[in-house]
Design a protein around this ligand. Structure first.
Ligand code: GTP
Ligand code: MG
Length: 197
């Protein structure tokens, strides 16, 4: 797929104020700092489209982008940041839960996981949450430029084993780097395929 146009539409905490649910929607989520906003910029080839930061917790809202006038890409706030108050964590949970259950055009969630780390409980919990909800999702292993391909593959194998403990069917998985653009074609082709269905 060629991205001809990517534009920011609106930021929200409320699902009822999101753009009209008349186009397929792909949402990016994962731990704070995992690289969600960077991946969106890499895919769209627009450096400043989604706001990125070295400190976790940059993205606080549901951010909608319109791609090629055909589908929505959504940048969501991250989870699992230790310094967040209990109250904010609860707000995040409610907002995300509402979004996942009520957003009728939600087509696929991209769960981003840092490819450098062993399986983490917050990530596995979120995968199980989506699986139980029946929301279609894929997994994206980010920041692969930071270590060897062998290390990335061993992280993926560890997640695969963990997921196999609960699920018969495994989600599709991608390896990406926003630095060297690894995984860009694979993800855009995947979205193309799903849009065509
Ligand atoms: P929140 O919005 O705070 O939840 O974070 P986020 O998941 O949107 O992460 P963001 O894209 O802001 O990136 C966090 C940090 O990781 C930034 O310093 C990025 O430059 C860096 N980063 C993101 N992706 C990659 C990558 O693929 N490779 C490398 N080396 N660094 C990356
Ligand atoms: Mg972000």
């Amino acid at each position: 797929m060629v991205i001809k146009e990517a534009k920011f539409l609106i930021s929200n905490t409320r699902v009822d104020l999101c753009p009209e649910p008349n186009k397929p929607e792909y949402a990016f989520i994962g731990r704070s700092n995992v690289g969600k906003s960077s991946l969106i910029n890499m895919l769209t080839e627009q450096k400043g489209l989604a706001k990125t930061s070295q400190s976790p917790g940059k993205t606080q809202l549901i951010n909608h982008f319109l791609i090629n006038d055909k589908w929505y890409l959504v940048d969501l706030p991250g989870y699992g940041y230790a310094k967040v108050s209990r109250e904010s964590r609860e707000q995040w949970r409610k907002m995300i839960n509402y979004y996942m259950q009520k957003r009728e055009n939600l087509t696929c969630v991209f769960v981003l996981i840092d490819s450098r780390h062993e399986p983490m409980k917050v990530d596995l919990d979120f995968i199980h949450y989506l699986g139980n909800l029946g929301v279609p999702f894929v997994i994206v292993f980010t920041k692969t430029d930071k270590q060897s391909a062998t290390k990335t593959d061993s992280t993926i194998a560890a997640y695969t084993r963990k997921m196999q403990e609960t699920w018969d069917e495994l989600p599709r998985m991608f390896k990406t780097s926003s630095v060297d653009k690894a995984g860009r074609d694979e993800i855009l082709n995947f979205i193309d395929e799903v849009n065509a269905q």
